[in-house]
Write a new protein. Structure first.
Ligand code: GLN
Length: 491
C-alpha cells in the first residue's frame, strides 16, 4: 500500500499531476479503514460502494479536463450526526441505530456537488454530547497517537480518521468545542466557523444557538478548502448568513506582519499542564518572530462560560430531543398500549446516560420558578462574554490560548466524573457562546508523544485571520507527526 499523502496540499498535487487517481486514494482509505479501524473505531458506517462510484466519476471528469474544484475526487469522512440520503445516520445512539434519512444535510449535498468522495460516517459522542467520545452507544473511539487515550469529543471519529490516515479530510460539528478539542488531542487542524457561516440544515440539532459544522484536516490549506465548500447561505437554515464566502485558500501566505495577537493570559495560568503552557508559549514566540505584535488581553467573564454553556446547551437539547418520541424517528418500545408509556419507554431505552443527564439538566433549568435563576442568568453571562470579545478585539486581531488544559487523557479517566469532563471544555466554550470563529492548530508534541494544539479566535466572519495566523504556526511547527503506527506502516 502506498504511503498516505502527508497533507491535503500534497494530495492535491498528486491528483493534479496525475500521480494518483481518486480511485487509488479512495481504495487506500478503504483498505486502511479495514485494517486499522477495528482498533480505533473511528467509523460507524463505511459506504464502499458509493465511495468507489464517486471516485470513478471524479477520475472520469479529470480525464475530460473538467474537475469540479478543490475537493473533486477527495475522500471525506462525515460525522454521523449529519444526515445522509439512503445512508444510516445514528448520532451514535441506540435510538437511531437503524435510521436511514430521506435526504442529505446541506453540507453533505455541497460536498457531493463539489465532487468529494464520501467514505462513510464517523463515530461521535451520542448526539454530540461529550468531550472524549466515550459516550457512543457503539463503543469509544481510540486516539491513533496512543490507543489507551481518548481522541477527544464529540467529533472524535472525524479527528481520529484524519489523524490515523483513514481519510484526508473530515467534517465534524462543534457546539462547545467538539471539533477543536479532538483536533487538538489528535494533532489535526479543526475549525469552528462563525455561527451562521455554515448551514445547520440536516445537522441533528443539539444546541441550536451554538451548533456549527466544521472542517478537519492535517493542514490549514485542507481546512480552508473544505470550509469554503461548506459555507454560505442556505434558504433551509434561516440562521445561515448572507455574508460572502471569501477564497481563504488564496491567503495562506502566513504573513502576520501586520497582525496583533492577543494572548489570553488567564488561560495560561493555574490548572494548565506545563507541557501545554510551554507549547503555547513557543507558539507566541513563533508568531512574534514572524513579525506579529503580541499584546495581552483579558476575557474577564470567560470563567462563567462552562456554567452558562451547560445550562443553555442542555436547555436547547431538552427541547430539540423532544422530537424523539418513539413515533416519528428511530426506536419504538415494543408491547406498549398507551401513548404516555410509549414515549417513556422509547426514550428510556433509546437514550444513553449522558443524553438523559443533559435532558434532565435542561428541563430543570427551563421549568417554571427556575427559569430566571438558571436560563435567564446564563443568557446574561453569555452576553457579558460576548462583550468581552468585543473589547478584546479592539486591541487584537486574533486571540491565542491553549485548546485544553491537558493533552489527551486516558480512556475511563473522567468517565465517572461529569464535572471533570465538562471542565475539559473551559477554553473552547467562550468562543462558542460569543458565536465567533475559532480553530485548533497543532503546535507541539508532549514528552509522551501526544499532540498539543493552540486555539485561535477571531471576530465574527473573520475566519481569514484565523487561517493566516494558523498558516504561520504551521510554517513554524509543521503538521503534527503521524502516529507511530501509521508512520511505520508507511515506511
Ligand atoms: N463537550 C461539550 C459538550 O459535551 C461540547 C460538545 C460539542 O461541541 N458538541 O457539550
Amino acid at each position: 500500500m502506498s504511503a498516505p499523502p502527508a497533507t491535503y496540499s500534497e494530495l492535491r498535487r498528486a491528483l493534479d499531476s496525475g500521480n494518483r487517481s481518486s480511485a487509488e486514494l479512495t481504495e487506500d482509505c478503504l483498505a486502511r479503514i479495514r485494517r486499522r479501524d477495528s482498533e480505533w473505531n473511528a467509523f460507524l458506517t463505511v459506504d464502499d460502494t458509493s465511495a468507489r462510484a464517486a471516485a470513478a466519476a471524479a477520475d472520469a471528469r479529470r480525464a475530460d479536463a473538467r474537475p469540479l474544484g478543490p475537493l473533486d475526487g477527495v475522500p471525506v469522512a462525515v460525522k454521523d450526526n449529519l444526515v445522509t440520503a439512503g445512508l444510516r445516520t445514528t448520532c451514535a445512539s441506540r435510538y437511531l441505530a437503524d435510521y436511514v434519512p430521506p435526504r442529505d444535510a446541506t453540507v453533505v449535498a455541497r460536498l457531493r456537488a463539489a465532487g468529494a468522495v464520501i467514505l462513510g460516517k464517523a463515530n461521535l459522542d451520542e448526539f454530540a454530547m461529550g468531550s472524549s467520545n466515550e459516550h457512543s452507544a457503539f463503543g469509544a473511539v481510540r486516539n491513533p497517537h496512543d490507543p489507551s487515550r481518548v481522541p477527544g469529543g464529540s467529533s472524535g471519529g472525524s479527528c481520529a480518521a484524519v489523524a490515523g490516515a483513514l481519510a484526508p479530510l473530515a467534517i465534524g460539528s462543534d457546539t462547545g468545542g467538539s471539533v477543536r478539542l479532538p483536533a487538538s488531542f489528535c494533532g489535526v487542524v479543526g475549525v469552528k466557523p462563525t455561527y451562521g457561516r455554515v448551514s445547520r440544515s440536516g445537522l441533528v440539532a443539539f444546541g441550536s444557538s451554538l451548533d456549527q459544522p466544521g472542517p478537519v484536516a492535517r493542514d490549514v490549506a485542507g481546512a480552508a478548502a473544505l470550509l469554503a465548500v461548506m459555507s454560505g447561505h442556505d434558504p433551509d437554515d434561516a440562521t445561515s448568513s448572507l455574508a460572502p464566502v471569501p477564497d481563504w485558500t488564496a491567503d495562506l501566505s502566513g504573513d502576520v506582519g501586520s497582525m496583533k495577537i492577543g494572548v489570553v493570559r488567564d488561560l495560561l495560568g493555574d490548572g494548565v499542564d506545563d507541557e501545554v503552557r510551554t507549547a503555547v508559549e513557543r507558539a507566541i514566540d513563533a508568531l512574534r518572530a514572524a513579525g506579529a505584535r503580541i499584546v495581552d488581553v483579558e476575557l474577564p467573564h470567560a470563567r462563567f462560560g462552562v456554567a452558562a454553556y451547560y445550562v443553555l446547551s442542555s436547555a436547547e437539547a431538552s427541547a430539540n430531543l423532544s422530537r424523539f418520541d418513539g413515533v416519528r424517528y428511530g426506536a419504538r418500545a415494543a408491547d406498549v398500549s398507551d401513548l404516555e408509556t410509549l414515549y417513556e419507554r422509547s426514550r428510556s431505552e433509546g437514550f444513553g446516560a449522558e443524553v438523559k443527564r443533559r435532558i434532565l439538566i435542561g428541563t430543570f433549568a427551563l421549568s417554571a420558578g427556575y427559569y430566571d435563576a438558571y436560563y435567564a442568568r446564563a443568557q446574561k453571562a453569555r452576553r457579558l462574554i460576548r462583550a468581552d470579545y468585543g473589547a478584546a478585539f479592539v486591541d487584537a486581531d486574533v486571540l491565542l490560548s491553549p485548546v485544553a488544559p491537558t493533552p489527551a487523557f486516558r480512556l475511563g479517566e473522567r468517565a465517572e466524573d461529569p464535572l471533570a469532563m465538562y471542565l475539559t471544555d473551559a477554553m473552547t466554550i467562550p468562543a462558542s457562546l460569543a458565536g465567533v470563529p475559532a480553530l485548533s492548530v497543532p503546535v507541539g508534541i508532549s514528552s509522551g508523544r501526544l499532540p498539543i494544539g493552540a486555539h485561535l479566535t477571531a471576530p465574527a466572519f473573520a475566519e481569514g485571520r484565523l487561517f493566516r495566523a494558523a498558516a504561520a504556526l504551521e510554517r513554524a511547527f509543521g503538521p503534527a507527526p503521524w502516529p507511530a503506527s501509521v508512520a511505520e506502516e508507511a515506511a
